[in-house]
Design a protein around this ligand. Structure first.
Ligand SMILES: Cc1ncc(COP(=O)(O)O)c(C=O)c1O
Length: 344
């Protein structure tokens, strides 16, 4: 397989970007867990991305805020659930760049904020809470949050960043992670599969775009962490559609259908809803901690890891295949939840 590293580098080089993260993040092998699953397992540690408490948003925001700055933005408006990593990291990134930040948070604010909500306040964001059942949001509540966001954009003149920063200008973020991996691996690509959590889609879309731009034969397995019904209500975008949107905007010289890269959007039927743990996700979180000494988060990475374990068990991940798990962060939620942990 010829890897087109320079085509990928050239696609990203001209795009406006700001510096927010600490790159490269570590790439580590998970020997014991891999042996137990029957695969060669590696993990890209983007929980160490260096912005706030780490996570996938640093890569996306470097490009999203790069274009916002190039367009002269002085403030930003964004939205997410009250536990959102995205809004917390956008608040942090805005402070790094001297921008004002408004966040619209769906849910119910606890009397004493913890985790991401406490950090969002700490970073000085203007916080607007709007009621919502985040695991099963109604269309009315979603529309109310959108109206509030639109009003804030109109009143402040701020640049709108959608939940999860999912817009064409965030897709280069995870395409740049593929470039970083190729540089870490001296231009060779060893992985058959890339497993990642899907929330709003631009992380998996970026990985898919990076693989396609580099002409790499590998499959992204994007594991949804919300219920199917909720995803239909918030019109979740397929990674393919997002990559196509970025290809159109940036005129990248690739055709997805002709690319050896693939992306499978996995929407588990038994998924109870955003932020609601399952027995399998709790097991996955403990397994990574006890077998390898790494922390996952309960909302995203533990669910993606649980599905990775299921795929190894039922053969969707071929025995002996080389699998890269992307650790996308979320550790403030782990910290907020660990008081529930008991010895076992
Ligand atoms: C920790 C973490 N992992 C994964 C995701 C999923 O990323 P995306 O929204 O790009 O699908 C998110 C955000 O949504 C997140 O905060």
């Amino acid at each position: 397989m010829t890897v087109h590293v320079e085509r990928l580098r050239a696609a990203l080089a001209p795009l406006p970007r700001v510096s927010l993260g600490t790159w490269p993040t570590p790439l580590v092998r998970l020997e014991r867990l891999g042996a137990a699953l029957g695969v060669e397992l590696w993990m890209k540690r983007d929980e160490c991305s260096g912005l706030a408490m780490g996570g996938n948003k640093a890569r996306k925001l470097e490009f999203v805020l790069g274009s916002a700055r190039a367009a002269g933005a002085r403030s930003v408006v964004t939205a997410g659930p009250v536990t959102s990593n995205h809004t917390m990291m956008t608040a942090a990134a805005a402070r790094r760049l001297g921008l004002d930040c408004h966040v619209v948070l769906g849910g119910r604010a606890p009397d004493t904020p913890t985790g991401n909500l406490a950090l969002t306040h700490l970073f000085g964001a203007h916080v607007h809470v709007t009621p919502m059942d985040t695991a099963d949001p109604s269309r009315g509540d979603l529309a109310a949050a959108q109206q509030l966001s639109a009003r804030l954009v109109a009143e402040t003149g701020g640049c709108w960043i959608p939940p999860g920063a999912t817009m064409p200008s965030s897709v280069p973020g995870y395409a740049s992670a593929i470039l970083e991996l190729l540089d870490q691996l001296d231009g060779e690509w060893p992985f058959d599969e890339v497993v990642v959590a899907y929330g709003t889609g631009s992380t998996s879309a970026g990985l898919y775009a990076g693989l396609a731009l580099a002409g790499i034969r590998a499959t992204v397995r994007a594991v949804a962490v919300s219920s199917r019904a909720a995803m239909a209500r918030f019109d979740a975008a397929s990674p393919n559609d997002l990559v196509q949107a970025a290809i159109d905007v940036y005129r990248w010289p690739i055709e997805l259908a002709a690319s050896p890269a693939r992306c499978e959007w996995i929407r588990p039927e038994r998924e109870p809803g955003y932020g609601l743990p399952t027995g399998a996700s709790q097991d996955a979180l403990r397994r990574l901690a006890r077998e390898e000494g790494y922390l996952l988060d309960p909302t995203y990475t533990a669910k993606a890891a649980a599905e990775m374990f299921a795929m190894a068990r039922d053969g969707r991940l071929r025995r002996g295949s080389r699998v890269l798990f992307i650790h996308t962060g979320g550790l403030p939620t782990t910290a907020a939840a660990t008081h529930q942990e008991s010895p076992s």
